[in-house]
Design a protein around this ligand. Structure first.
Ligand code: SF4
Length: 386
């Protein structure tokens, strides 16, 4: 296919594809799927070899959020029967983190529900970061605490946070459909604050919320403009008790096309397969390793993932290897860019002049049996899954 040859060439040159090319990836047929995976896999191997970076989530504070993000089981008014607890103590968070590190995780992601941290919360998290770093040598720590106020990014950086995560989630045009308590620009601003403070920015999306192909391409192009170092791709976990509980729109094939499109648009960035991989990719998960260079090990914030040992077996069986702490994730040129642009102005928002053409998402039957609410690990007396 000419399209795939063009996309591979552009990916190897780090050149941005056109919007039409990105849309065309999403519109490929099932007959073309393995060719799409092979093409995007070539780009992935060029920049990241066969390495897979493992990340481990620690939910520092779960549920009871005042925001109304409709995809989230922790949202205002959520009836999802998730674990609810307030801030974990630094030692407990560190113990949870250590389980992930022992399982092979290189980065620990400290997440807290809520609109954003108070200054007191930043103090708490700073203490937790210090404890984790003291007890787990060489671990990278990413904080994910919501919208940041002035000065908070700098304080987190000073406390030792290597990275900050804040996802754009969906296109600017449809952001108001999934959340009314904050907007797209608030999210962009927080990512830019993290970058300006010298933290590695992590920002991604959620697919499967009823968005169009144009929306997906919009958010991925907006991410490319923002230039985070890592892009987590989540597939909606339609939790019972949330407004999107009935949105079962994804097939494994569609998930693979989305991941391939993200890889072509963000060729040299850490593309991370995040929440929903077990639910939507199921037995096709190993194919996704040809597209992404990073996954979460074990459980998610409020849902259970497959056993950590199964993640490791899958990586080995598929012919990939877990990335060690002695290897730098990003290719050398990106590290140079990061150094050179640390103080540069943040990127402009993406062109929102989107095509309206929509390829309807294939619908799939509800598979509630695949969604397991997390009942172990942080905030419980049961050992974590790592
Ligand atoms: S701000 Fe975060 S925790 Fe709160 S509803 Fe939105 S995604 Fe969920």
């Amino acid at each position: 296919m000419d399209l795939l040859n063009t996309l591979v060439d552009k990916g190897l040159r780090r050149e941005v594809p056109t919007r039409d090319e990105a849309l065309a990836v999403l519109a490929t047929s099932d007959d073309e799927l393995l060719d799409v995976v092979a093409a995007a896999g070539k780009v992935r191997r060029t920049w990241f070899g066969r390495r897979v970076k493992l990340n481990y989530l620690v939910n520092l504070k779960s549920g009871l959020c005042p925001e109304d993000c409709s995809y989230c089981s922790q949202r205002l008014g959520s009836k999802a029967e998730i674990l609810k607890y307030t801030w974990l103590k630094p030692d407990d968070a560190s113990k949870a983190a250590a389980a992930g590190v022992a399982g092979g995780a290189k980065r620990v992601c400290l997440v807290a529900s809520g609109r954003g941290p108070t200054d007191k919360d930043v103090d708490r998290v700073s203490e937790t970061i210090a404890t984790i770093k003291e007890q787990n040598e060489g671990v990278e720590v990413c904080a994910c605490l919501g919208l940041l106020n002035d000065g908070q990014a700098e304080r987190l950086r000073a406390a030792g946070a290597d990275a900050y995560n804040h996802n754009l989630n969906t296109s600017e045009a449809t952001y108001g459909d999934i959340c009314t308590t904050h907007d797209f620009s608030d999210r962009v601003e927080t990512v830019q604050q993290a970058q300006a403070a010298g933290m590695s920015a992590c920002s991604g999306l959620i697919a499967g919320m009823g968005e169009t192909d144009a929306d997906l391409v919009d958010v991925v192009f907006a991410l490319r403009e923002l230039d985070p170092d890592s892009v987590p791709v989540n597939f909606l976990i339609p939790f019972e008790g949330t407004p999107l509980a009935k949105e079962w729109n994804l097939t494994p094939q569609r998930c693979l096309r989305i991941l391939a499109m993200v890889r072509f648009v963000c060729p040299d960035v850490e593309v991370r397969l995040a929440g929903g991989r077990e639910v939507h990719l199921r037995s096709m998960q190993p194919l996704a390793l040809h597209l992404v260079n990073s996954i979460f090990l074990g459980d998610y914030l409020t849902s259970e993932g497959q056993a950590g040992k199964d993640d490791l077996a899958m990586i080995a069986d598929a012919g990939f290897e877990v990335e060690g702490t002695d290897t730098t994730t990003l290719p050398a040129h990106r590290r140079e860019i990061a150094d050179a642009t640390e103080a540069a102005d943040a990127a402009a928002p993406a062109d929102a002049d989107a095509e309206s053409a929509t390829v309807p998402a294939p619908s799939e039957e509800t598979r509630r049996d695949l969604v397991a609410v997390r009942r172990r690990g942080a905030g419980t007396d049961l050992p974590p899954n790592a």
